[in-house]
Design a protein. Sequence first.
Length: 108
Amino acid sequence: MSFDAKIWLVILALGAGTYLIRWSFLGAIGSRPIPSWAARALRYTAVAVLPAIAVPLTLFPAATGGRPDPARLTAAIVTLAVGVLTRNMLAAILAGMATLFGMLALVG
């Protein structure tokens, strides 16, 4: 089997597996009501996933070879502080971006 055929076989197998996993939740039990305990738990999914994505990128950035960087740590702290104080996501993002670019210009 050639290398290209193996790649396409893997892509198709992963696609089918992903489809079956999603169908098992949406197709098989999608018409049933969700229990209240499960609905409560699902509300916290985004709150749990977003830090799981952001924290490793902040503490171990690929741009510095996985070492903590003062510019990124400062930007993360400013973003968190502005978000908590203003409850405005756009203001937090803009403040974090400005801090990151400013710190990268100062620190290098």
